[in-house]
Each structure stands twice: as structure tokens, then as C-alpha cells.
Design a protein. Structure first.
Length: 463
């Protein structure tokens, strides 16, 4: 029997061993989910879904400390940030409940022409069908919330496959939903092989895929979907920041350091490329370097740790290779640039790496921020836009016209003004386009994606 060994990425110590879901078992789950959905007598009424979600939020709140510790142990995100993740998860469930209070169809005007006379029409929301959720390691509890809770809220059975490195937080959430009153058929976790997950996705019984992970895998899976199946793909980016000569450096610096080194940079919208006006780049570089050198690195379970490990030693090796490549081709290493262990990489700031190296061209997904000097803002925007990513970006300025013009010109789905690129609250739309993804996430938008509008037209001489 195949198993998954869950380890602590900081110490590489054993946590727990879980049984893998066989292909036969996985497809039995899919069949049960499909059978459940096709039997409309078993659909959960709206008030019941609200009750279950409210119960789940209360349970999570009562166990928040333990849930945060589990997330930190298996994923390596510092405990201070894992606690925030659990609080966001609670808020995300509450957002879904609020959305349900006005989650409804709309009236379609009739009687506008002779052919539409004596009719009334309106739409109603209906769930699309079975949802398959494939998740990532970096927010092991809250990502599952964002993929599973919208499905439950709108009445879709959901099958969830967590990252193999972080299945414990997913299991915790699924069990909490059961405890809150959800029957097991409505939400089931599968720990199957990737090949099995791909076969499931291509099955016509899957109506919607929500995927969080690499663009290479995401686009491959999208091509495997059965005709008519919908999807939302959340990949990564190489988030750019435009920092003009009027910006408040002292106010901005803590935000940029947090946005770049939060969870050791393993966030899809982490600050990665900062374009700083030439007149300020020397002072900017010194101040950022000073703050980054003071970051507390270490065991994610310690309350004062700010930067923990990368998810695996191979990721440490990759990040180091990219930094060394940049240095060899002309970048200045202002701080960092070295492995602290098999699992931790020293927070690194690079100055003016060439445009053709990996740190400038790809998502680093590690604790590395690159600073680039510019003379003209449009030049910086053109450089920021040269990649095929389109996710979140930022501009720092005190000039409103500059802010609005930069927002308009940056290739991004969201632009933060005087805030870092990783800002997010759980009720806002969140998603990328181009290489960065497809569709819109966030609790409310995901609920919309997982439903369709059914139109009813009633003909009556009484109207």
C-alpha cells in the first residue's frame, strides 16, 4: 500500500504517514459525488448550507491555535503568519455566508416588443456540478477554504486533492466540515497520484476544476478537461513595483520587505522586481538591505521567526542557482546569496540583475527581491510589462496622476497604490491572466464561477 510521509520542512523531521488514495478508490469517490449531484432530492437547501458554514467557522475559531501550528509544521510558514492564515480562513467562511444572503438570479425585461409581450422572465442560480479542487502547499489551510467553501456554499459536491507536502491542514478542514454537519459525500479528500488526478479531471463527471499551482501543470490539466467543464487556474507571477521619486521611502520599506519575504517569498504575488527611480536607488537599496538583514530567520514554530524554510532542499538549490547566475552576469548581491542550511535560504537583495537571467524572467518563489534603477517611468513600466505574467503589481508615489497613469499602463489584474503586491483580503477578486492564470478567485467570484444562471420565461395573459 502506497503512503505519503509528511515532514517538517525546517527540520526534515517526520510528522505523520497517510495512506494514498488508489485510482479505484478515487474514481469511486467521483462516482459517489456524481450520483449525489444528479439526485436533486439530496441537494442541500440554502439554510442548511449556511448553518453548516457558520458551524464550521465557530469550530475553526475554537481550534485556531492548533490549526495554525499544524499549518506551520507541515508547510514551514512562520507561526505568526500561520495564525493570520487561520483568521483569514474564518473570515473567508463568513464572506461566503454573507454572499449567500444576496446570491440570486435577476429579472430579465420582457414586454419590450410585441414578440415578448405577456411574459415575465428571471434567472435562478444553479450549481454547475462536481468540483475538483487541486491545491498548493504555501497556504495549506486557507487555499483549501478558497477552493472548497465556495463549492459547498453554492451546492456543488467537491473532491479536493491537497499538495502532497501539506495534506494535514486539508484533512483538518474536511473533518471540521463533517463535524459542522456536512455529510461526507459532499466533500471528500483524495491523496491520489498525479496521474490519477489527471484521469479524474478528464472525466465528464467533473464539471469544474479549481487549480492552484504552477502554470506548466495548470495549462496541461486545462487541456484535459471534458467538453463543457469550467475551470479557474491560479498560477504565479513575478510581481513588479514601480517606485517613483516622490514616494515615501520610510513608509514603503516595511511594506516591501514584508511583501517580498513573507513565507520566504513562496507566495504567488510576492514582491519580486522593484523599479526605483535613479535618484533614489542608492538610498533605497541601503534601507532595504538593512531591514532584510535584520529579519529573524529560523524555526517556523518560534513566535519571533519572520522567515522560515523553503518547502524542500531542491527549492533551496534552485534559488541559489538563480542568484549565482544573476551575480555572475553582473548583479550586485547587497545581502544574502547563501544557503543557511539544506532548507533555509538567506533573504537576498540583488541590485540591477540583467534582464535575461532567471531572477528577472521567472517567478523566483523564494526569499529574493531584485532592485532595478530607472530614469523614466514609462521605461520602467515597459520593463515591468515585458514578461508574460499578469497578476498583481504595485506603484508607490505621492502624485495622484502618476498613480492613476501607472495603474492604467501596468499589465496586471490588480495594482496596489502605496502598498505591496501581496496585499489581499478574502472578499476581493483575485486572479491572474496570461501565464498567471484564468478566471477569478476570491470567495464571491469563485461562487459565481461554480454556478450558472438558468433562465425561466413565463407566458401568461395576466402579465
Amino acid at each position: 500500500m502506497s503512503t505519503i510521509k509528511v515532514t517538517n520542512p525546517y527540520e526534515e523531521s517526520f510528522i505523520e504517514e497517510l495512506e494514498r488514495t488508489s485510482e479505484k478508490e478515487a474514481f469511486a469517490v467521483l462516482e459517489n459525488s456524481h450520483r449525489l449531484f444528479t439526485d436533486r432530492t439530496r441537494w442541500l437547501p440554502l439554510y442548511r448550507r449556511i448553518e453548516i458554514l457558520e458551524n464550521a467557522a465557530e469550530i475553526i475559531e475554537s481550534r485556531s491555535a492548533a490549526l495554525a501550528k499544524t499549518a506551520a509544521r507541515e508547510g514551514g510558514k512562520p507561526l505568526i503568519d500561520s495564525k493570520i492564515e487561520i483568521n483569514r480562513a474564518i473570515e473567508g467562511i463568513k464572506v461566503a455566508v454573507k454572499e449567500l444572503s444576496h446570491f440570486c438570479g435577476r429579472e430579465i425585461p420582457m414586454n419590450l416588443t410585441l414578440s415578448s409581450a405577456n411574459r415575465i422572465a428571471y434567472t435562478i442560480k444553479e450549481p454547475r456540478g462536481v468540483v475538483m479542487a487541486i491545491s498548493a502547499f504555501n497556504h495549506p489551510f486557507n487555499l483549501i477554504i478558497h477552493q472548497v467553501v465556495p463549492a459547498i456554499a453554492v451546492g456543488c459536491p467537491v473532491i479536493v486533492k491537497p499538495a502532497s507536502a501539506t495534506p494535514l491542514s486539508c484533512r483538518n478542514l474536511v473533518n471540521i466540515l463533517y463535524e459542522a454537519g456536512l455529510s461526507k459525500e459532499w466533500c471528500q479528500m483524495v491523496l491520489c497520484e498525479n496521474e490519477t488526478a489527471e484521469k479524474m479531471i478528464s472525466d465528464e463527471r467533473i464539471s469544474f476544476l479549481t487549480f492552484i499551482g504552477s502554470s506548466k501543470v495548470g495549462w496541461h490539466l486545462r487541456a484535459k478537461l471534458a467538453p463543457g467543464a469550467g475551470c479557474a487556474m491560479e498560477h504565479g507571477g513575478a510581481a513588479p513595483v514601480i517606485f517613483d521619486e516622490t514616494a515615501d521611502m520610510d513608509e514603503a520599506m516595511p511594506l516591501l520587505v514584508k511583501g517580498g519575504f513573507y513565507h520566504a517569498g513562496q507566495v504567488c504575488v510576492s514582491v519580486q522586481r522593484v523599479y526605483v527611480h535613479k535618484s533614489m536607488v542608492e538610498e533605497f537599496s541601503k534601507k532595504m538591505t538593512r531591514l532584510v538583514q535584520n529579519l529573524k530567520i529560523g524555526n517556523p514554530l518560534h513566535e519571533d521567526t519572520e522567515v522560515g524554510p523553503l518547502i524542500s532542499p531542491s527549492e533551496v538549490d534552485r534559488v541559489h542557482e538563480w542568484v549565482m547566475e544573476a551575480a555572475q552576469k553582473g548583479a550586485t548581491i547587497l545581502c544574502g546569496g547563501e544557503k543557511l542550511s539544506n532548507n533555509c535560504y538567506k533573504p537576498t537583495v540583488l541590485l540591477n540583475p540583467p534582464e535575461d537571467v532567471n531572477v528577472s524572467q521567472k517567478e523566483i518563489f523564494g526569499p529574493v527581491v531584485s532592485i532595478y534603477s530607472f530614469q523614466e517611468r514609462d521605461e520602467a513600466i515597459a520593463r515591468a510589462n515585458q514578461l508574460n505574467f499578469c497578476f498583481q503589481a504595485a506603484v508607490f508615489t505621492r502624485d495622484l496622476d502618476v498613480a492613476l497613469d501607472t495603474v492604467k499602463k501596468l499589465n496586471a489584474m490588480a495594482v496596489m497604490v502605496n502598498d505591496h503586491t501581496a496585499f489581499r483580503v478574502d472578499w476581493m477578486p483575485f486572479g491572474g491572466s496570461r501565464e498567471s492564470g484564468l478566471g477569478i478567485g476570491g470567495i464571491g467570484p469563485a461562487m459565481q464561477e461554480m454556478t450558472f444562471e438558468k433562465l425561466m420565461v413565463i407566458k401568461s395573459e395576466a402579465v
